[in-house]
Design a protein around this ligand. Structure first.
Ligand code: FES
Ligand SMILES: [Fe+2]
Length: 359
């Protein structure tokens, strides 16, 4: 599967990264150790000692440095070995890869591509657990399936009517109301009005209302969604445009979700969800998280089963439906960005090759 490398991938929840406790995660098949030092800074290195390939995540933090606890090599946060017990001369190749790493919106983000291109502005604008306007719960799930299948699921909500009949309870009206889809520079935007509805289990109403939801799905696999319930007729009044959330009668929530490819066919899924303060409290958050817990298990059952069928299928081919427009747009964007990255890498290799010939 193709993934974009020049992107920030979510590696974990920031508050779960304890000081001086190295944490290991595999992203895009690469083992990474992440640690927070006593001074509060965060570092990320390849999780493989240059000496005999022991995991540095079993190591010990010493100031800003990390010591491999097999035979004691000491690593600077830039990946260079600065001390080899019992040996004065340190070979120049005694170095592991260093990854740009950032803490933002309650997530730890790792840049998997060319470190020179790591741009903080490319971190998707997720809503962190400490956001003053929202009361958020959070969680994560490990998948025995490739990240791409989870992305595809999040890019096509017509499955809500079926997979989530018992949890979100969106009803047939949902799959029948197509979203307005707009391509973005690094993603796809969905906007959907469901008119004259009594809502779903997470935003039920006595009277028929108009319900709005919108989300951006961004590289590498981050979903940011909000919406709310509005008086009947709002959708028509606005020409199905963007509503003013201050006029919502209920149900304004925010969810941030991130899909991180680990190995080829494993992924980790991070999520938060909760109400806007004006539309709910801690107990509303707990109800939403309970619904989400059930719904995300429903997705996992379907997607892991789908992965098993794909594994058994020689040359698996899909047959896109009308709802797949966003899936197709996003996957084409991934292919395009990945292709551009490969070109840049090849160009850089050619430059390197010509240097010795000229010199
Ligand atoms: S494997 Fe790390 S010091 Fe030997
Ligand atoms: Fe789902």
């Amino acid at each position: 599967m193709t993934y974009v490398r020049n992107a920030w991938y979510v590696a974990g929840w920031a508050q779960e990264l304890d000081t001086e406790t190295p944490f290991a995660i595999t992203i895009l098949g690469e083992r990474i150790v992440i640690w927070r030092t006593g001074s509060g800074s965060i570092h990320a290195l390849e999780d493989r000692c240059v000496h005999r390939l022991a995991p540095l995540s079993l190591g010990r933090c010493e100031g800003e440095r990390l010591r491999c606890m097999y035979h004691g090599l000491l690593f600077d946060p830039d990946g260079r070995v600065v001390e080899m017990p019992g040996q004065d001369k340190i070979p120049p190749r005694a170095q592991v890869r260093c990854y740009p790493v950032m803490e933002r919106h309650s997530w730890i983000w790792v840049w998997m591509g060319d470190p020179a291109l790591a741009d903080e502005d490319l971190i998707p604008p997720a809503v962190g657990l400490d956001h003053p306007d929202y009361i958020l719960g959070h969680g994560q799930l490990d998948y025995e399936a490739e990240a791409r299948l989870i992305n595809d699921n999040l890019l096509d909500f017509s499955h809500l009517t079926f997979v989530h009949a018992n949890s979100f309870g969106s009803g047939p009206q949902f799959a029948a109301s197509p979203a307005r889809i707009t391509p973005l520079d690094r993603g796809v935007r969905y906007q959907r009005w469901i008119e004259n509805t009594r809502g779903s289990s997470s935003r039920a109403s006595e009277e028929p209302m108009d319900s709005y939801m919108t989300y951006d799905f961004l590289i590498p696999g981050v979903l940011l969604m909000t919406g709310g319930v509005f008086p009947l007729g709002t959708a028509k009044e606005l020409g199905h445009g963007v509503p003013d959330y201050d006029k919502a009668v209920s149900g304004v929530t925010f969810t941030s979700q991130a899909v991180t490819p680990m190995m080829d066919r494993t992924a980790r899924y991070f999520f938060s969800w909760g109400p806007h303060r004006k539309h709910g409290d801690e107990s509303a958050r707990d109800i939403l998280m309970k619904i989400a817990g059930q719904a995300f298990d429903e997705d996992k059952v379907m997607i892991e089963a789908q992965q098993k069928v794909i594994n058994m299928t020689p040359d698996p081919q899909v047959m896109p439906s009308a709802h797949d427009r966003g899936v197709t747009l996003f996957n084409r964007l991934v292919e395009k960005l990945a292709k551009e990255e490969r070109k840049t890498v090849h160009a850089a290799d050619e430059v390197k090759l010509t240097v010795p010939q000229n010199g």
